[in-house]
Design a protein. Sequence first.
Length: 291
Amino acid sequence: MIDAHHHIWLQKDLPWLLGPEQPRIFGSYRSIMRDYEIDEYLSDLKGTGIKKSVYVQANWAPNWFEDEVAWVQSVADTHGWPHGIVGFANFMVDDVRPQLDRLQKYGLMRGIRQQLHWHEKPMYRFAPHADVARDGRVQRNVARLADYGWSFDLQVFADQMDGAIELAETAPDVTFILQHAGMLTDLSDAGWTHWRTQMGKLAKCDNVVTKLSAFGTFVHRNDPELIAKMISETVKIFGAKRCMFGSNFPIEKIWTNYKDLFDAFQQGASTLPKAQQHAIFNDTAQRVYGL
């Protein structure tokens, strides 16, 4: 089984973890304001059956984008974990290739994430505006990932998915991995309906798959009922062969432990046929990230 989305970090390299807490999308993070290194991550995994993992960039200073990948590669060279790396690059430049060329020498590189999510609530914003995915420079640069054989980890809210569709269509040879099943924030009936509609439109792009991850982000708890519903609804839209599990650790460690989180995901998928469960917890990530 594979964890397709986790982070390990050194506190000194993450400015947003230093000093007094700043308001964050996931609430208070005082319990993880420290180094979270591979030994602790592997300890968290004990008893879960997870055999491989993918590291996803953790927002080091943008000018340290290569340092982050180099450090994670060195951890993998020493410990054998993680098994794939999703690094960072800035696609809002005229030509992203010099950045990508610097990352190409790291053997575990599998893709890039630049977070494009923007929300009407300021605390939920990361990108400078809502329509970064429609930026011509971004579209041209993301398409260049095909030359490197790398994927793009796509992080947007439901309101941004029309632009995400345009981005996916302009880069048909790139695999897009939608983060956190579209980051559902509104759990009202209207919110679910809007999310389903937008997810259905995005799923028509054959080069888009999605992660089942970070479902505690907006509720700040491990909620097995919500997890089960998110799995069920997302699989109906994308199909299990285009869905993969990700822990989003250590963020989810703020309110739960890895075993309880993974148990909730496994229980939430337990009504699906075994082949679909295997796709979610192994096959999709193995295929998409080349593990």
